[in-house]
Design a protein around this ligand. Structure first.
Ligand code: MN
Length: 211
């Protein structure tokens, strides 16, 4: 499913149960991602965009995913390729780590507040990419991060993790808070969906028999 298309060169190595490593190199970005879905939230992140690292850290911490991300991107242009391609590569890594989805809860949702801001994220490991996002950012830039790239990150992620993702920022005045509640809610929803359900151990959570 993750067949690379030129000019991308993608190499993926399965490193064991619920872990994965993906390397993705293009003329625009060179990215290495390692994930452990059953981690403790350890993160080592280097994208060259401080606020973006701060958001990826939320995914690790609140998703209880060990996350290594190194991206050398064309930041002399802007952050677009870096943020989008990290989303793509993280999506590839999560898809690889989750494998055939046997025993996972499949659905997850979370509401996360941060002071005046409140966001809701709902995820389904459906096997189909889909993103519905309604986040009325109150500011274009958050530090050196363009808030518009939040959409590009999640679009990249869903296209390669093959998930359905609904993201709504319900309240918020401060753009840093808006964005942080989105990433924290995403992390919590992800954790819930990926959790192994002891009542359906070894079962693929679909009446179709595959996802
Ligand atoms: Mn913050």
């Amino acid at each position: 499913m993750n067949t690379p298309t030129a000019p991308e060169a993608v190499t993926s190595i399965a490193t064991g149960a619920r872990t994965a490593e993906v390397e993705r190199n293009t003329a625009e970005t060179r990215i290495k991602v390692r994930v452990n879905l059953d981690g403790t939230g350890k993160a080592q992140l280097s994208t060259g965009i401080g606020f973006f690292d701060h958001m990826l850290d939320q995914i690790a911490r609140h998703g209880l995913i060990d996350l290594f991300i190194d991206c050398k991107g064309d930041l002399h242009i802007d952050g677009h390729h870096t943020v989008e391609d990290v989303g793509i590569t993280l999506g590839q890594a999560v898809a690889k780590a989750v494998g055939d989805k046997k025993g996972i809860r499949r659905y997850g949702h979370a509401y996360v507040p941060l002071d005046e801001a409140l966001s809701r994220v709902v995820i389904d490991f459906s096997g189909r990419p889909g993103l519905v996002m309604d986040v009325p950012f109150t500011s274009g830039m958050i530090g050196t991060f363009d808030s518009q790239l939040t959409y590009e990150f999640f679009q990249g992620f869903v296209n390669h993790a093959f998930v359905t993702l609904h993201i709504d920022n319900l309240k918020g005045v401060n753009a840093h808070h808006q964005c942080e509640t989105v990433f924290k809610a995403f992390a919590r929803a992800l954790r819930a969906a990926l959790e192994l359900d002891p009542r359906s151990a070894g079962v693929i959570p679909s009446t179709k028999g595959s996802l």
